[in-house]
Every structure is written in structure tokens, then in C-alpha cells.
Design a protein around this ligand. Structure first.
Ligand SMILES: *Cc1c(COP(=O)(O)O)cnc(C)c1O
Length: 389
């Protein structure tokens, strides 16, 4: 069975990272590598991208509205809320997974202090055009590049356009570190505030509990063992195709944590393979684009021109999400539900029909680098057999 997600690390990476993280803390080296890649002066490593966003907003210290897409990871508005700001949602552009310049323009007001430009699923948003909307405005522009490590827009890395950016290394992202997030900041003064904030409240995070987690994840996503893992998913969690998620309103204790040394080490072990990782993901996505265009039951997302996505998965719009999901399952292909909710609905706000429709219709095909071309072709062949009408 083809798993929906498989971590990008090898068994060897796990052993090497364990040994390395016991001897030293490689976080400094990881910070250096990220600063070099993004040509940015200030890089902070946190436990996750949501914590990175929280830290940034706390340090910026101008509570107000934070513009963000309504179809998004719920952890984003939660972190905004924990930091004392207010999420302000934008509906998706019709039939795309991006927000339009028009809808951004309409929502900008004195009340907005921060804007999130989100590269959902690693697909760049029209970042230059969106930036133009905020030029000269007194807002902090933050790129949510959590799923978009290495993605490019017009030949330039996303995460380098805004005033700051967040990147995630959680297990389903471009590089899996199990946990981990980076905060990239351009402004010296803001970076200084972040440094003092982290000094004052920093909780060092233990690491040895992570090794067993990564090991189990690796075993559980072995294609031979995966059918059991899948059964576990179904028994232990509800796998409804759509739900209204209740947002967390209270910040968990120890929320503000650093990136554990084991995770830094694991991310670093895979850093030299980043180009290969991205090349594989793009190749797999191209196979899906070729193999799935012109199908009556599957619509492909609109991708902005001149961009190279990082594709943490390949989102497709289906007429009947549940029946397509089950059909693929019967043919041993596990696809992801992606976000099964609209954040706007979680925060009891109405008038976001496209976000709701995305939650009801979007599924994700696997794009992790270990999927071979043949396997990607096989996924297309199965999808093409999906009965329509
Ligand atoms: C995964 C993701 C996040 C959250 O990242 P964490 O590291 O899990 O906190 C935020 N935004 C987007 C768009 C994501 O895909």
C-alpha cells in the first residue's frame, strides 16, 4: 500500500542524528545553513512554525488583526490568538488554493497590523503582486512558508519576499525533522526584540523521546506494514471527510520551546539532499499534472505562472471526496484528507464559501521523494479508472 505520507529521513539519518545530538547541539549549524540558503541575517529555531509565528507576533507587539486565508492549518489562527492578536480571514480565490490580490486589497484597514502570505501545500502564492498591495502600508508582512522550504516564485525563494517568514520541519513537510520550525527575520531591531524575548522565557527542550517517535514513524510507513498503520488510523481517530474543528483558545504550557537538538540534527542530515528532495517532488507533481488533466472527476489546482512549488502533497479537487478517497484506498493508495475544515467556520465566521468548498473537495496525492516515477504513474492510472457520473 502507498502511504499518504512517509518521512523524508532514512534509518541511517536517525542513527547519525541520535549520535550527533548526544555529543553536541547542531542547532547553530542548522541556523547557519538556513541563513546561507535564504541570505537572511536572523534565523531562530523553534519547536514548530506555529511557535515561530507566536514568537514573532509577541516581539512585534502591535496587537490587532492578522490577515490570513480561511482555508489553512488551524494552528495558524490559534498561534495568532495565543499572541494576543485577532485572526482576520480571507476567502480563497474561486477554484484555486490561493487568495486573490482583490480580496486582500478589500480587507486591508487600519485595524490590520500583520499580513500572512501563505504558500499553501508548498505552492507559492502570487507573492510579488500581493506585496504591492501592502507597499507603503504600516503592516508587518510575514510569509507563511511552513510547507514551502525551497519553493520559488519568479526564480526567487519564497520566504525572502516579506519582512519575516516561518518554515516548518514537521513530519509531513519538505524535510521531516519530526518537529522543528524556523523564523527568518530581516529587521535588526525586531530580531533584537525576539532575542530578548527568547532569553527571558526560553524553555530548553529534551530530545531523547523524539528518537523512538521517528523510528516508529519510519517503520509504520513501510509499505508492507502500512496497511496496519492505516487500520490504526481508522480505529483511533475519526477520519471524517469534513469537520468543524474547535480551536484551542488557551496556550498550552511549554508552548514556547526551542527546536530539540535531535530534530536539528535530523534536519541537518537531510539538508544536502534538499535539491534532490525538491526535484523528486516536482517530477512527481509533473507526472500527476500530465496524467490527471482532462479527467471529468478531478480538477487540478491553478498554479501561479513562473513558480516552482515545493509540493508537500499534490492537492486535487474532487466532486465527491469520500468516494474518491475510498476508491483509491481499494486500489492500495492512501491519499490525505488535507484540511478537512475551514478556519473561518472554527472561529464562527460566515461568508467564506470557497474555503468551505475546498475543505469539502480537496484531497492530497502523495509527493514525498521516495515515490518513484512508476509509482506516480500507477497513481494516475488508478485515478483515471475512477468511474464518473
Ligand atoms: C504545517 C503548516 C503550518 C504549521 O507548521 P507547524 O510547524 O506544524 O506549526 C502553518 N502553516 C501552513 C501553511 C502549514 O502547512
Amino acid at each position: 500500500m502507498i502511504p499518504r505520507f512517509a518521512p523524508t529521513y532514512t534509518y541511517e539519518d536517525l542513527w547519525i542524528s541520535l549520535a550527533k545530538s548526544i555529543r553536541s547541539n547542531p542547532s547553530e549549524e542548522l541556523r547557519y545553513r538556513l541563513a546561507e540558503l535564504y541570505r537572511v541575517k536572523h534565523v531562530f529555531l523553534l519547536e514548530s512554525a506555529r511557535v515561530a509565528l507566536f514568537v514573532l507576533l509577541k516581539a512585534y507587539s502591535r496587537p490587532g488583526g492578522v490577515l490570513m486565508p480561511a482555508y489553512n492549518c488551524i494552528a495558524v489562527p490559534e498561534a495568532v490568538h495565543f499572541a494576543g492578536y485577532r485572526p482576520v480571514f480571507i476567502d480563497l480565490d474561486e477554484d484555486s488554493l490561493n487568495v486573490s490580490v482583490d480580496s486582500m486589497t478589500r480587507l486591508i484597514s487600519d485595524d490590520i497590523s500583520v499580513v500572512l502570505l501563505t504558500h499553501l501545500f508548498g505552492i507559492p502564492c502570487e507573492v510579488s503582486e500581493l506585496l504591492d498591495v501592502f507597499r507603503g502600508q504600516d503592516v508587518l508582512v510575514v510569509e507563511d512558508a511552513a510547507p514551502a522550504l525551497g519553493a520559488e516564485y519568479r526564480g526567487r525563494l519564497v520566504g525572502t519576499f516579506g519582512d519575516a517568514a516561518i518554515i516548518s520541519f514537521h513530519s509531513t513537510k519538505v524535510i521531516s525533522g519530526e518537529v522543528g520550525g524556523a523564523l527568518l527575520v530581516k529587521d535588526d531591531e525586531l530580531a533584537g526584540k525576539i532575542t530578548s524575548l527568547l532569553q527571558a522565557t526560553f524553555i530548553a527542550n529534551g530530545c531523547l523521546n523524539l528518537f523512538p517517535k521517528t523510528f516508529i514513524r519510519k517503520v509504520a510507513t513501510n509499505p508492507k506494514i502500512y496497511p496496519m498503520t492505516q487500520l490504526g488510523y481508522r480505529l483511533l481517530r475519526n477520519e471524517d471527510p469534513y469537520e468543524v474543528v474547535q480551536p484551542q483558545t488557551k496556550k498550552p504550557s511549554k508552548f514556547l520551546s526551542s527546536c530539540p537538538s535531535y530534530a536539528s540534527s535530523l534536519i541537518l542530515a537531510q539538508f544536502d539532499r534538499l535539491e534532490w528532495n525538491l526535484r523528486r517532488r516536482r517530477k512527481i507533481a509533473n507526472i500527476y499534472i500530465e496524467g490527471l488533466s482532462n479527467l471529468p472527476e478531478v480538477k487540478l489546482p491553478k498554479i501561479p505562472k513562473e513558480c516552482s512549488p515545493a509540493w508537500i502533497q499534490f492537492p486535487i479537487f474532487t466532486e465527491n471526496k469520500q468516494s474518491f478517497y475510498k476508491f483509491m484506498q481499494r486500489h492500495n493508495i492512501d491519499v490525505t484528507w488535507t484540511y478537512r475544515y475551514s478556519c473561518a467556520e472554527s472561529y464562527e465566521q460566515e461568508g467564506f464559501p470557497n474555503a468551505r468548498r475546498a475543505a469539502l473537495t480537496v484531497l492530497g496525492l502523495p509527493t514525498y521523494p521516495m515515490i518513484s516515477d512508476d509509482l506516480a504513474q500507477a497513481v494516475c492510472q488508478v485515478a483515471r479508472k475512477y468511474p464518473h457520473g
